[in-house]
Design a protein around this ligand. Sequence first.
Ligand SMILES: [Zn+2]
Length: 102
Amino acid sequence: MKKKQKNWAKDMALQRISRLFELAEHEFRFCPERSHRYVRLARRIGMRYRVHLPGELKMLICKHCHAYLVQGATARTRLQDKNIITTCLTCGEQMRRPFTRR
Ligand SMILES: [Zn+2]
């Protein structure tokens, strides 16, 4: 029973996280600052319930300043050798992801 409750909480947390990302995406046009707040909240929910952010959502947050990344607005992505380099335009830091074909 206890385990079931825990799974339920984690499921709830994931739902709240994806909802916050939806809101962040929607709000970005009107108030980018609010989007940053939403994704920071999402991160905190993830930590609180110890759930990992899904990979595709993780890519939308700057690893350094936790800003919401929007291509062309707050992030720039370039390919370099075998890496995908995303530059956060808020703090100027770079994030690298290997670019490999599975
Ligand atoms: Zn940043």
